[in-house]
Design a protein around this ligand. Structure first.
Ligand SMILES: [Zn+2]
Length: 577
């Protein structure tokens, strides 16, 4: 850039930024606009039902409790409740016709499999500049069988509360929304920086539509106050014990204070360090450099007590006694062990928005896009790390500990919905039987959400009396979880000699409303197509102007460039895998 122009540009931009901020007093009174756009109202042609009587006939049931598949059965639904699960005959013998009851909608699911709707315990719905529309994430979740999401947070508090209510009334096409927020989110009293303020925030949150706490490795006195107050108001809690605070608040210390769930892996290995009390970081470490941050975490795998040894067992046994839930989110770090595979995943072209793909692309400012110089050595470290992490989670399951499924998609090449199915595959890789995976994905999530409220579960298992949240697929998911991906699984057809894609969930039923998942996916594909067309017509709509090599924005576009940069920096602070 030539110098006089550069100076002029910087001056104009500085003036524009200052002008756009306005007086500080005005800003303090107005909550910042949420970068996420609420979903449009559900159209009449989106989803069928609920029905006075809906019968799903002849299906093989995987009920979510861990029981083996059984069928054929008829599942009877009235309104938004399952009212009966009835035997429809014996395998190998033709099913008797004209079975009762008569239904308003008959779904012939002969040869198909039915499961409870999945519970994704760790989500964020995105927002500009990744995906401006909540509808994008919602439809991908539903298309992958997710009927309940726990936002940690899903979006800012005001927006999440209103989307949660709209979803509960089925005014929008979306899973059930459970609203967990970080301390201080949504209120106007600033940072929670004392135990008194911590208690005050929890009371405020309970009165303002929050369902539970997403915590970090908080200061010990604040952590204790938050968790104690949470128990009083029936809040659940889940913590990402980030590296900056883990030295004083690791997983076992948090659990002793009453934390319900440890999400990701942060805090586990720091509780098991063998020769140190902090991770032995390289001396040039800078935690604000994301390649260092995400590269170095994997180096913990051989700094801990021997997996399976006495300290390891004692650690897990104490968690078991305390009732800690592990929500590993294996999927969200999985590109770290093979970035090429996820950068080129089957679904990106059709279902990942170009703006989301931009966000995943190596960058020093987009959160989780830490591939500045990702090496073989980094991937080897992550592969070793995963072996130890898998063993920790599987050993916990083996001794009776509860494990749930969370995806944290929208970062690190994991697109909503698809990333969730990857989590199911990775639990199996960790040593779970496929039925244990389904149990983790359904009943375990439902129990974990209901327990702090001291309420019985209402979903997560298919039986009479439960809410009608279900997933139907025309392939056996226990044989191959890949059939649950929206893009299906590739299989060679021996009749034609050609490979073809099989599966993809057929129907997702939420609250008695039947969604044809192929339609949901077509809507998402249309959003992706639309953005591609807009970009082709107007190349400067790229949400990552720094990626447009050789293009220099014109004077008119420069302020937009800065606005986007600021929006992106804001979206970083919302959520950190
Ligand atoms: Zn997260």
């Amino acid at each position: 850039m030539r110098r006089p122009f550069a100076i002029l540009w910087l001056t104009v931009t500085a003036v524009l930024i200052v002008a756009s901020r306005g007086p500080a007093t005005v800003r303090a009174q107005q909550p910042p606009a949420d970068p996420l756009r609420p979903a449009p109202n559900r159209r009449a042609d989106e989803g069928r039902g609920p029905f006075k009587t809906l019968v799903i006939r002849g299906v093989t049931l995987i009920d979510g409790t861990g029981a083996p598949p059984t069928g054929p059965v008829d599942v009877v639904v009235s309104g938004n409740r399952i009212t009966a699960v009835r035997s429809a005959g014996t395998p190998g013998v033709s099913i008797p016709a004209n079975r009762q009851p008569q239904a308003e909608l008959d779904l012939d699911a002969t040869g198909m499999y039915l499961m409870p709707g999945f519970v994704d315990m760790h989500v964020h719905a995105g927002g500009a500049p990744k995906n401006a529309d909540a509808e994008y994430a919602y439809k991908l979740w539903l298309a992958h069988g997710v009927t309940t999401v726990r936002g940690v947070p899903m979006a800012g508090n005001a927006l999440t509360v209103s989307e949660k209510q709209r979803s509960a009334k089925n005014e929008i096409v979306a899973p059930r929304i459970v609203n967990f927020q970080r301390p201080g989110s949504g209120w106007d009293k600033g940072v929670v920086d004392s135990p008194e303020k911590a208690r005050e925030y929890v009371q405020w949150a309970a009165a303002n539509g929050v369902d539970g706490l997403k915590l970090g490795a908080e200061r010990p006195d604040i952590m204790a106050a938050l968790l104690d107050e949470a128990k009083k108001v029936g809040f659940g809690s889940t913590a990402h014990l980030q590296q900056s605070g883990v030295a004083h608040m690791n997983a076992i210390k948090s659990a002793r204070l009453g934390l319900n769930t440890v999400t990701h892996f942060y805090g586990h290995f720091e509780s098991l360090l063998k020769d140190y009390v902090v991770q032995p970081w390289p001396v040039e470490m800078n935690a604000n450099d994301e390649q260092m941050r995400f590269g170095q975490v994997a180096r913990l795998w051989d700094k801990i007590y021997e997996p399976g040894g006495p300290e390891w067992k004692a650690y897990l046994q104490e968690h078991l006694k305390l009732g800690t839930v592990f929500d590993p989110t294996f999927t969200i770090y999985s590109a770290g062990r093979h970035v090429m595979a996820f950068r080129n995943a089957d679904w990106h072209d059709k279902y990942t928005l170009p703006s989301l793909m931009d966000f995943y692309t190596p960058s020093r400012t987009s959160h989780g896009s830490y591939w500045y110089n990702w090496t073989t050595e980094d991937e080897v470290a992550w592969r070793n790390f995963y072996q130890v992490w898998f063993r920790l989670v599987n050993d916990y399951k083996k001794m009776g500990g509860r494990v749930t499924t969370g995806s944290d998609s929208g970062f690190i090449y994991q697109t909503y919905g698809f990333g969730y199915i990857n989590e199911l595959e990775m639990l199996q890789e960790a040593g779970f039987h496929p039925l244990e995976v389904i149990q983790a994905a359904t009943l375990n999530g439902a129990v974990t959400l209901a327990e702090p409220k001291r309420q019985p579960v209402e979903f997560g298992v298919v039986r009479a009396g439960m809410l009608a949240d279900m997933v139907i697929v025309d392939q056996n998911p226990l044989e191959n979880f890949k059939v649950l991906y929206g893009t299906g699984a590739v299989r060679l057809n021996d009749k034609t000699g050609k490979p073809e894609r099989v599966g993809g969930i057929k129907y997702t039923i939420k609250d008695g409303i039947v969604y044809d998942t192929k339609k949901l996916l077509a809507d998402v594909a249309a959003m992706v197509e639309k953005q591609k067309r807009e970009r082709a017509a107007k190349p400067t709509t790229n949400s990552r102007p720094d990626l447009q090599v050789g293009r220099r924005p014109t004077g008119r576009q420069r302020p937009r460039f800065f606005k986007r940069l600021i929006a992106r920096r804001r979206s970083l602070s919302l959520s950190k895998p």
